[in-house]
Design a protein around this ligand. Structure first.
Ligand SMILES: CC(C)(COP(=O)(O)OP(=O)(O)OC[C@H]1O[C@@H](n2cnc3c(N)ncnc32)[C@H](O)[C@@H]1OP(=O)(O)O)[C@@H](O)C(=O)NCCC(=O)NCCS
Length: 178
């Protein structure tokens, strides 16, 4: 039987589950701009608080272990009024053993659907991904994000070389800009 994964909004009670998920991704999969020992409670608390106050944070529970999350995505407004129409610092992770099963697509599709319907004030969503993360770049493009440039030599790649970081953005369709 096909497993059904459900997406829900996170609460503060998810803090340690999110931390465990990020550590596992950093250790076994890569893709995020932090190593496992940098996934501290302070790091997770910071984006959890910001996302709950002025953004979105969605998670998927492991259907066979409720103590564990299998995926998380978040984004929030940068803080000042001039960026009140922007969701930034977007990060998505899927637990390594669960990648490639459509869970990222489900989670990201839910996020973008929520932004389109529940956050009409958000006109731009932005993120950064390293150039070697072709899977993530293709994934974001499939949701309408566009590559907006290259930040050369910005990030230490997995091979030990410096590589480019790729800024990507989604602009709400159908806007008439002044
Ligand atoms: C990137 C990530 C979130 C994708 O989640 P996932 O659950 O593995 O992806 P899914 O199985 O839902 O893949 C869905 C879609 O991604 C896209 N995709 C996946 N691999 C792709 C590739 N190599 N090229 C282009 N598109 C790709 C496709 O649109 C695919 O859908 P389809 O094949 O059904 O048409 C996940 O692999 C992950 O957590 N990686 C590690 C952390 C990371 O890199 N996060 C992003 C930081 S910027």
């Amino acid at each position: 039987m096909k497993t059904v994964y459900e997406v829900r909004s996170a609460t503060f009670a998810d803090l340690y589950k999110i931390m465990a998920l990020y550590r596992e991704v950093a250790l076994n999969s890569g893709g995020i701009a932090r190593e496992a020992d940098e996934i501290t409670e302070g790091y997770v608390r910071n984006f959890l608080e910001k996302s709950l106050v002025s953004g979105v944070l969605l998670v998927a529970d492991n259907p066979s272990d409720p103590k564990e999350l299998i995926a998380e995505v978040h984004a929030y407004t940068p803080g000042s009024k001039v960026f009140a129409h922007v969701f930034s610092d977007l990060t998505i992770v899927v637990r390594p053993g669960f990648q490639g099963r459509g869970i990222g697509k489900l989670l990201f599709g839910t996020l973008m659907g929520d932004i389109e319907k529940k956050h009409p004030e958000i006109l731009r969503v932005e993120l950064i991904t390293r150039e070697s993360n072709e899977k993530a770049i293709g994934f974001y493009e499939s949701f309408g994000f566009k590559v907006e440039g290259r930040m050369e030599k910005r990030i230490h790649g997995t091979t030990g070389r410096l590589e480019a970081d790729i800024p990507m953005g989604w602009i709400r369709p159908g806007q008439t800009w002044l």
